[in-house]
Design a protein around this ligand. Structure first.
Ligand code: 13P
Length: 247
């Protein structure tokens, strides 16, 4: 059976580093076993959160990482800066693609850098509302997968996690359905196979308005191994309920 993983992507929340530490402590105290639980705080809160979770059973992830090792890249974070703070990093989140101009090419370079540095990559893919309406979701997602993994060393990709996050479902309160997510995991696994990776060994998470209320749909959907949770991960009880659904 594949590993079950639930990661809270805190995005640009909570408001202060002290609040992030408090949330991390609450999460650590409330999590059931049987699921790999992770949190992805804002970069500035990583050291404090990593410290707070040092002896806890909760993994820390970065929300993003730069593709170069060091240099003149204002505002960016390198893989070496994450050493000892994070076990992995999200790459290709649609908000980074939207706000910071990430392309499939950049995502591929970031993924390769993360993998080479021994960080576990959580690769986000997902179609826009327009692509969804045009019936192109599977094609878009397959293209994103194949483009993203092509530069990374195969060996490091053994621990790849893919998060299917349809853009139209993120932060809208309108999650996809379990049936839809299952359909897209098939497209994702076909693209992984075409890329020479082991599709059955790769956990695929669903993300997009996952909450205590909507999670059951995804926890029971074939091919879904966990969730990447935004808004609902900022409330410990809500997040714990999402984790429990996958336990
Ligand atoms: P929401 O759960 O707030 O829709 O966000 C999903 C997401 O983007 C997680 O990376």
């Amino acid at each position: 059976m594949r590993e079950r993983i639930v990661i809270g992507n805190w995005k640009m929340n909570p408001p202060t580093i002290a609040d992030a530490v408090e949330l991390a402590r609450n999460v650590a105290n409330r999590m059931p076993g049987g699921v790999s639980v992770g949190v992805a705080p804002a970069a500035i809160a990583l050291p404090a959160v990593a410290d707070a979770l040092r002896d806890a059973n909760v993994d820390v992830y970065a929300q993003d990482v730069h593709w170069e090792e060091r240099g003149a890249f204002t505002g960016q974070i390198s893989v070496s800066m994450l050493r000892g703070l994070a076990v992995g990093t999200i790459v290709g989140h649609s908000e980074v693609r939207r706000d910071l101009g990430d392309t499939d090419e950049r995502v591929a370079k970031k993924l390769a850098r993360a993998v080479t540095a021994g960080l576990r990559p959580v690769l986000c893919v997902g179609e826009s509302a327009a692509e969804h309406a045009a019936g192109n979701a599977s094609i878009v997602v397959a293209r994103q997968i194949m483009a993203a993994v092509k530069e990374a060393p195969r060996r490091g990709l053994e621990r790849l996690v893919v998060a299917y996050e349809p853009i139209w479902a993120i932060g809208t309160g309108n999650p996809a359905t379990g049936i839809w997510a299952t359909t897209l995991t098939r497209a994702i696994r076909a693209a992984l196979k075409q890329s020479g990776l082991d599709p059955e060994a790769t956990p695929v998470l669903y993300g997009g308005s996952v909450s205590a209320r909507s999670v059951g749909e995804f926890a029971s959907a074939e091919g879904i191994d966990g969730a990447l949770v935004g808004g609902a991960s900022l409330d410990t009880e809500e997040f714990a309920a999402v984790v429990r659904a996958f336990a």
